[in-house]
Design a protein around this ligand. Structure first.
Ligand code: PHE
Length: 356
């Protein structure tokens, strides 16, 4: 009967270190087969995460003798580190392959950024820079002046006497300080120019002006002007007309016809309103020129002798002309903008129509 005793069932149990090595082999095969980053993440979860097989197996360590524990523990750490670095290497490889694949199908033009939301200059700033270029080309110096001015520079030295009714033509915003205001026009820079420059000179002074006004489609309490002034010897209205025509023709990029009508400003004599023949209809009349064929564009005139005298210039020797360009008006004419209030509205849908 003894012969019939079956051979002892010897369980085939792999030691922990053998299991570790087997896991390492499987893991490396799996890694080589992971084709993209998603597969790689899944692989990481299978092998190296808290619930991964490597962690699971190490739970068996507690049943081992201290010696085996030490050596198997050390082996487990080596395997983990080897797999971690193999994982990172494979990750770099896959990322690079994905980039290479994209580069094959996409082109990238470094000179043309793709974002459509780049900022640009405000149309009034654009026109200011354009005028500065045009007038510099004609020999004018660009001058800047403060927006907060003295009564003296804004009115007094421009031949507005204290009780001059023309002061009421410009509704002034006063500051809390006596005799200090927000300039109502850039003509204040005429006064400053005569103080700092030696004649003969030509200046253009663009900038913001302020008036206490009810706003409507053609009036704003804040608006932009550019003051022009040319001082020399024996200048005449013919010189004024020539400079204006030269400027307007290059600005509108075509021949313009101008006419002068009398206009009153205390600091010029004679003073004019300069009109241009309507650029839309060319003369016969249309809604833009209110059927008159002419559009009022800029006030101007010969500098009043009192202004020269106040500026320290001898009117027997020096004379000249001045003009005031309404910048908002120019932009509105060029682009057919119907309401001046758009400029200060901060409305991006308006501003984005004028990319630089
Ligand atoms: N400063 C005047 C205004 O704003 C315009 C002007 C400038 C008139 C220069 C004549 C000469 O109304």
């Amino acid at each position: 009967m003894l012969d019939s005793v079956p051979p002892a069932q010897i369980p085939i149990v792999m030691s922990l270190s053998e299991q570790l090595k087997k896991i390492e082999v499987n893991a490396r095969n799996g890694l080589a087969g992971a084709a993209d980053l998603a597969a790689l993440d899944a692989w990481h979860a299978d092998y190296l995460s808290k619930k991964g097989s490597l962690t699971e197996i190490l739970k068996g360590l507690k049943d081992l003798s201290p010696d085996e524990k030490r050596s198997t523990g050390a082996l487990a750490n080596t395997v983990r580190e080897a797999l971690e670095s193999a994982f990172l290497a494979r990750k770099r490889e896959i990322s690079q392959a994905e980039i290479n694949e994209r580069l094959k199908s996409e082109t990238y033009d470094a000179l043309r950024p793709r974002s459509s939301h780049r900022g640009h200059l405000h149309p009034l700033t654009q026109i200011t820079e354009e005028l500065e270029d045009l007038f510099s080309f004609m020999g004018f110096t660009i001058l800047d002046g403060p927006e907060v001015e003295t009564d003296e520079n804004n009115f007094g030295k421009l031949n507005f006497s204290d009780d001059h009714p023309a002061r009421d033509m410009q509704d002034t915003i006063w500051t809390a300080q006596e005799g200090v205001l927000l300039r109502t026009h850039t003509s204040s820079v005429q006064v400053r120019a005569m103080q700092i420059l030696k004649p003969p000179f030509r200046i253009l002074a663009p900038g913001r002006c302020f008036r206490y006004e009810e706003t409507d489609a053609s009036h704003e309490n804040t608006f932009n002007q550019a003051e022009g002034m040319m001082i020399g010897e024996n200048l005449s209205v013919a010189n004024l007309i020539h400079v204006m025509k030269t400027f307007l023709s290059s600005f509108f990029e075509r021949e313009v016809t101008v006419r002068l009508r009398p206009g009153y400003f205390p600091f010029v004599e004679p003073g004019f309103e300069l009109d241009i023949q309507c650029l839309v209809c060319g003369g016969p009349g249309c809604p833009v020129c209110k059927h008159s064929g002419w559009v009022e564009l800029l006030p101007c005139g010969m500098v009043h002798p009192n202004v020269l005298r106040q500026g320290g210039l001898n009117p027997e020797k020096w004379n000249g002309f001045a003009f005031g360009l309404g910048l908002s008006r120019l932009v509105m004419m060029r682009y057919g903008i119907e309401d001046i209030r758009h400029f200060m509205s901060g409305n991006l849908r308006f501003l984005e129509q004028f990319p630089a």
